[in-house]
Design a protein around this ligand. Sequence first.
Ligand code: SF4
Length: 209
Amino acid sequence: MTNNTDVLQNGALLPLVEDFYTIQGEGFHTGKPAYFIRLGGCDVGCAWCDAKYTWNPRLYPPTDIEVVVQRAVACDAQSIVITGGEPLLYPLAPLTERLKECGLKIFLETSGSHPFSGTFDWVCLSPKHKLPPLAEAYERAHELKVIIEREEDFEWAEENAAKVGEECLLYLQPEWSVSEQIMPKMVEYAKRHPKWSISIQSHKFMRIP
Ligand code: SF4
């Protein structure tokens, strides 16, 4: 379910859930300060999603991207993380162009299940069983982050790893609610298959958003 693109004036307005300056907790950029822009709307439907409140974009008013850009440049952030929900539901070129004009690096977090728009310095692709990535998402990924809920997900991780480019970094990340049970298996898997690194949701340990 998305807001109508006419309503959103082709990306001049976006359904903003929240924006805030914090520390990136996951994947390659873990530990680095970043300004997060979270957009509402997702049609993937992961059972364990920790952002279900974002799924219905109509709960979030179309927001002028200039308002968000001004808030981002008003703090010391050097990089922006565009996340959701699924941000590729929307035309992102206007937002990314404005952020680039301000000299900011732009990172995208996506399931890759919708066509790309906008320009990004880093793409973190997190594929989901329910709505797998489009072919172009694999080509664009700098980082593949596969959520591991059960042992069968290692096979899913390998299927996805076979589709990304050679330079793409590979991460396994435990699904938060089962992380204690699955982590020992992930550690053993990564030791046996060292092309994989382990990512944890460190922001949850830091108690930050
Ligand atoms: S793709 Fe992301 S936001 Fe959408 S349901 Fe899955 S975990 Fe939640």
